[in-house]
Design a protein around this ligand. Structure first.
Ligand SMILES: Nc1nc2c(c(=O)[nH]1)N[C@H]1C(S)=C(S)[C@@H](COP(=O)(O)OP(=O)(O)OC[C@H]3O[C@@H](n4cnc5c(=O)[nH]c(N)nc54)[C@H](O)[C@@H]3O)O[C@H]1N2
Ligand SMILES: Nc1nc2c(c(=O)[nH]1)N[C@H]1C(S)=C(S)[C@@H](COP(=O)(O)OP(=O)(O)OC[C@H]3O[C@@H](n4cnc5c(=O)[nH]c(N)nc54)[C@H](O)[C@@H]3O)O[C@H]1N2
Ligand code: SF4
Ligand SMILES: [Mo]
Length: 740
């Protein structure tokens, strides 16, 4: 037995502040002693500040963190309940191995890691290095995202690494890079309340970026007008001065039509365009035919709405344009974003107080995790893996020959297709739940079942983990430390609040251990995530997303620092493009002309209805985390199909009926929810559920040619009433009288 402390100094050293005296005069550890740790929410890209209440290495609750400037204590339902994951009985606490016929059985770390290394070696020796792929995620910290990119290229030497931001941020990122030369929201959120007109396209702000709503209310109080473009009248749209119920895939009609009117009426800033941009002539030419009538046909809305939007946006003194996945999740996602950005640049209202542009990032580290080199075509510091100079720079940081760094690999959807057709035989995934999140889920499940060997790293057993040979128990955000970069481009610090339970380990330790076993102990010899950050700083030096002047201490002292931050005396850059200086070598913004084209699959006689998919406030992404938290389930327990009463009547469907939503690829059976807030040619199903309840059974594997984002927002479906739900879980729901 360990020696017990005897003297008071020894006791204090051992137990610290968790002490109180007892009547006998001794000291005991006060198990109810609590501490409060300032950190951030693990969920969306807002990355709200929050204080977690900790007792005995357990997170037992939370308190607002009023001083954190982004959310000033406010939180949404997910942030409020996130702490309930920590002590959840489903937490993975030991590595698991799938045993044929018996399911998963616990296995020690040593045999698990040995088996993984042996399988990586076997598969790569037999089929080439690229036959073993890696899928990662944008909920990972910057340090872990950086580590994953290096792990793929240095330890595994596979080209095939991509991440779930491919399903999320890449259209917006590609468009911003094309026009501005930089991939980041251009403004801090504090510019929003100063804008006199705000245009929101394809963003369900109230449910998906709840704290941003507060900034919009402030703008409203300052007299701002609000324009919302969405096929559904979302909660924020109900407060808009102008709501444009666009037909899914029709946004280019609105944006080009608005620009057409703005040019005609002289509501563009010719001087700004001449001094700070290139390519406007081609855009002017392209939008010439987008008269309000022509544009209205594309957008599926009255022409007057487009004229009205132009009249609100065009002559405004200040303005802010925000968009999210509603315009990005398309096989023309990049073009949609370009057309939106053209409105901003043509007005000259960017790079000034109250004049801005932002894509609302999705995952917790949606911004940072797309900069650190875990994308198939990217090296750290948003560098290009095909650019010889960039390769050399990173090869030197990593201490490897440039030739040893693989070239561009496959992006997420083609990567899964390569698994399906047998080119890729092994997979490690971390922080990604593809069976729920990728389009055409039946195809994805088929693909995963063909893998020769699959390792899944998660803190819960996700639906995808069921296909794994080995599952490794990783860490929740609060069980590790590191930085993320929020929706504004503000780099913030997540503190380690508790340690992982049981035998679960911090993700970064798992990866470094694997790298060492694969023969690279020296290159992954980090003492802590802070060590990784120090290398990341150097790797980002001189790039557009320059973190080199940041230290964890500075980040902590300043409630975050905005990149670029090129040296330790630099305050960071909340607002980009001030003085009309853009990120391209010529310092100008590059206009890109855009032409509308139809979505990959348009409704026809057989499948006559648009299906669009997205989110609800109480569930998060593939739901692995939020479908385990009781009160969030109660708020929205099952997916439903939002359908307009007129369409429902035509199809003989009543509220709460079970309906089969069916595309050429699969179907989902859910209850109908009759709402007047959706276009009558469109239905909406949220995607947070797996298997028979997965909206992605119906979606299409079409991707944008530039960004490779899937077309989650448009598929053609038919809808029919079904008497008996075929889904066993739905049947349970019926038996329980609608409540589970
Ligand atoms: N509660 C909650 N919040 C989240 C998340 C979550 O899962 N749950 N996820 C986070 C992540 S990763 C992301 S990416 C963001 C996503 O945030 P959002 O993009 O705001 O959410 P979505 O529901 O995917 O889609 C937004 C809107 O696009 C509309 N839409 C569909 N098709 C079109 C179209 O063709 N044109 C236009 N203009 N609009 C269209 C939909 O009706 C929907 O209201 O949310 C983040 N925040
Ligand atoms: N139909 C349709 N499909 C969509 C969308 C849509 O709008 N419609 N939206 C798309 C978008 S925008 C996104 S972002 C994707 C998201 O797609 P996914 O990446 O599949 O979503 P997550 O639920 O975040 O999956 C991450 C998994 O990693 C785990 N995880 C989270 N954090 C960590 C961590 O720090 N470490 C480890 N080891 N594991 C972690 C979670 O438990 C979860 O099982 O879905 C996309 N799919
Ligand atoms: S808005 Fe996003 S970051 Fe803030 S509490 Fe909600 S989920 Fe968390
Ligand atoms: Mo996302």
């Amino acid at each position: 037995m360990a020696k017990l402390p005897e003297s008071i100094p020894e006791i204090v050293a051992e137990f610290g502040p968790h002490l109180h005296t007892v009547p006998s005069g001794g000291w005991i550890r006060n198990s109810h002693e609590e501490k409060m740790v300032k950190t951030h929410c693990c969920f969306c890209g807002q990355q709200c500040g929050i204080q977690l209440r900790v007792s005995d290495n357990k997170v037992v609750g939370f308190e607002p963190w009023e001083d954190f400037p982004f959310n000033r204590g406010k939180l949404c339902p997910k942030g409020v309940k996130r702490y309930m994951q920590d002590e959840h009985p489903d937490r993975l606490k030991t590595p698991l191995q799938r045993v044929e016929g018996r399911g998963f059985e616990p296995i020690g770390w040593e045999p698990a890691m040995e088996r993984i290394v042996a399988e990586i070696r076997r598969i790569q020796a037999a089929n080439g290095k690229d036959a073993f792929a890696i899928l990662t995620g944008a909920s990972l910290t910057n340090e872990k995202a950086y580590l994953m990119g290096k792990f793929a290229r240095v330890a595994m030497q596979t080209a095939n690494i991509d991440y779930n931001g491919r399903l999320c941020m890449v259209s917006a990122g590609a468009a911003s890079k094309k026009v501005f030369g930089v991939d980041r929201s251009a403004n801090p959120w504090s510019d929003i309340p100063k804008a006199k007109v705000i245009l929101i396209a394809g963003a369900n702000v109230a449910e998906c970026a709840p704290i941003t709503t507060d900034y919009l209310w402030q703008a409203r109080e300052n007299g701002a007008k609000l324009i919302v473009i969405d096929p559904r009248m979302t909660p924020i749209a109900r407060n808009a001065d102008l709501f444009i119920p666009v037909r899914p895939g029709g946004d280019i009609g609105i944006f080009n039509g608005m620009l057409h009117v703005m040019i005609e009426r002289g509501w563009i800033d010719r001087q700004f365009i001449a001094e700070h941009t290139t390519g406007f002539d081609a855009v002017e030419e392209a939008v010439r035919k987008y008269t309000p009538d022509y544009a209205a046909k594309i957008a599926g809305v009255p022409a007057e709405m487009i004229v009205k939007a132009a009249a609100m946006w065009g002559p405004a003194p200040t303005s802010f344009l925000l968009h999210a996945r509603g315009i990005e999740h398309h096989s023309k996602g990049v073009d949609n974003c370009l057309a939106a950005i053209n409105l901003v640049v043509a007005s000259g209202r960017i790079g000034r107080e109250g004049c801005g542009y932002a894509m609302i990032t999705g995952q917790g580290n949606g911004q940072g995790a797309r900069e650190q080199g875990q994308k198939c075509d990217q090296l750290p510091g948003s560098r290009d893996i095909s650019n010889p100079e960039h390769r050399k720079f990173i090869a030197d940081i990593w201490g490897v020959p440039e030739e040893s760094i693989p070239g561009k690999g496959l992006s997420a959807v083609p990567l899964v297709e390569a698994i399906h057709d047998g080119r890729i035989k092994g997979l490690i995934s971390i922080c990604f739940n593809p069976t729920v999140s990728l389009p055409d889920a039946n195809f994805v499940r088929e693909a995963l079942s063909k893998l020769e060997f699959y390792v899944n790293i998660d803190f819960f057993l996700s639906e995808t983990a069921r296909y794994a040979d080995i599952v490794l128990p990783g860490s929740l955000m609060e069980e590790d430390e590191g930085t993320t970069t929020n929706v504004e481009g503000r780099v913030i610090l997540h503190r380690k609040v508790v340690s992982p339970p049981g035998e679960a380990r911090e993700d970064w330790k798992i990866i470094c251990d694997l790298a060492a076993r694969l023969g690279q102990p020296d290159k992954f010899n980090y003492a802590s995530p802070k060590d990784i950050f120090e290398e990341l700083r150097r790797a980002s030096k001189g790039s557009t997303s320059d973190y080199s002047g940041m230290t964890w201490q500075r980040i902590d002292d300043n409630n975050g620092i905005f990149w670029p931050c090129p040296d330790e005396a630099h305050p960071g850059t909340p607002r980009l493009y001030e003085g009309g200086k853009f990120g391209h070598p010529d310092g100008k913004a590059h206009f890109m002309p855009v032409e509308w084209r139809p979505s990959a699959e348009m409704p026809d006689a057989e499948y006559p209805i648009f299906l669009t998919t997205g989110r609800v406030v109480s569930q998060f992404l593939s739901g692995t985390q939020t479908r385990r938290i009781g009160s969030l389930i109660e708020q929205y327990s099952q997916p439903v199909c939002e359908i307009h009463p007129r369409l429902a009547e035509k199809l003989g469907i009543a509220d709460e009926d079970f309906v089969k939503v069916e595309s050429r690829r699969g179907n989902v059976v859910v209850r109908a929810k009759l709402v007047k807030t959706i276009r009558p040619d469109t239905v909406f199903v949220p995607y947070h559920w797996p298997l028979d309840r997965s909206a992605n059974n119906c979606t299409i594997r079409a991707i944008d040619p530039v960004s490779n984002i899937p077309e989650f927002k448009v598929a053609a479906v038919r809808i029919s009433k079904v008497d008996q739900p075929t889904d066993p879980i739905a049947m349970l729901e019926v038996q329980a009288g609608g409540v589970r």
